[in-house]
Write a protein that binds this ligand. Structure first.
Ligand code: NAP
Length: 278
């Protein structure tokens, strides 16, 4: 091979890689997209807001406490993310409407909803759970997810499409002992994803779900701070550690990107290899 032929083939190779690189960057980009993430001042919600924001999305964070909202907004602004925030208890209709209206006022539209909020006010046998427990869990974990979706979809349709992500749990596949009602609410989100995907596909809206294993957040601290429980859990994990919130945020951002353009109605379970092994 002459020197000139060799040089030409090196340049061709470089150009191919550059084009491929640009293509994959643009497919993962969420530049200019507007994302609402509920319960996003801490843990998985905050990590999702961060991951979406780092890919260029304009992010709206929210939770029940104003002080938490202020802290999260300041943190994300410090990372050069375009962000605003408001209080929103997803269990309250007027709060959900305020969150949507504020997003429209600030950013002019909605492209992404990450429905992440959940509560668990009960530990024990499912047979001992009260009507009050079920009302609370189903209202926040399931009903609010449906009603938030109904609120944002017309605005996604105006933009020509969008993405809805529900945050379920590995417990949605196989209820964990003592967490029956909470896990049943997470099973409902697997079904909700399947129910909504065909309904919203004609509007170019993809609906997907993540079902994390044990992730290091305040919500799950009762599990990972207890060495005995963790020793038992780790036996069931392929990857012998609990997950970090950022490892879920990245999956959520991927599902919202064009890299996932052929995925809808699916649940990804980032569990460290635990799914089906509880
Ligand atoms: N951590 C895990 O191991 C794990 C595993 C599987 C699934 N998940 C799911 O992941 C999601 C997030 O959990 P996390 O572990 O990230 O929790 P976390 O770190 O404790 O954060 C909870 C967030 O939710 C907000 N919040 C709580 N109740 C709310 C409500 N009614 N309305 C709006 N915001 C509310 C909190 O802020 P305020 O106090 O200011 O409201 C906070 O920002 C939940 O759906 C949970 O079921 C977690």
């Amino acid at each position: 091979m002459t020197y000139r032929v060799m040089l030409r083939s090196v340049f061709r190779c470089l150009r191919t890689n550059l084009v491929a690189g640009q293509r994959s960057m643009s497919q993962s980009s969420l530049a200019g997209k507007v994302a609402i993430v509920t319960a996003s001042t801490d843990g998985i919600g905050l990590a999702a807001a961060q991951a979406l924001g780092k890919r260029g999305a304009h992010v709206v964070v929210s939770s029940r406490q104003q002080a938490n909202v202020d802290k999260a907004v300041a943190l994300l602004q410090g990372q050069s993310i375009t962000v605003t925030g408001t209080t929103c208890n997803v269990g309250k209709g007027e709060d959900r409407e305020k969150l949507v209206q504020m997003t429209l006022d600030q950013f002019g539209g909605i492209d992404i909803l990450v429905s992440n909020a959940a509560v668990n006010p009960f530990f024990g046998n499912t047979m001992d759970s009260t009507e009050e427990v079920w009302d609370k869990i189903l209202s926040v974990n399931v009903k609010a997810a449906v009603l938030m979706t109904q609120l944002v979809v017309p605005h996604m349709e105006k933009r020509g499409g969008g993405n809805v992500i529900f945050v379920s749990s590995v417990g949605g596949y196989q209820p964990m002992q003592g967490l029956g009602p909470y896990c049943v609410s997470k099973t409902a989100l697997l079904g909700l994803t399947r129910a909504l995907a065909p309904e919203l596909a004609p509007s170019n809206i993809r609906v997907n779900c993540v079902a994390p294993g044990i992730i290091r957040t305040r919500f799950s601290s009762g599990l990972w701070e207890n060495e005995d429980i963790m020793d038992e859990f780790k036996k069931k994990l392929c990857i012998k550690r609990i997950g970090e919130p950022e490892e879920i945020g990245g999956v959520i951002a991927f599902l919202c990107s064009d890299e996932a353009s052929y995925i809808t109605g699916e649940t990804i379970a980032p569990t460290g290899g635990m799914a089906g092994r509880l």
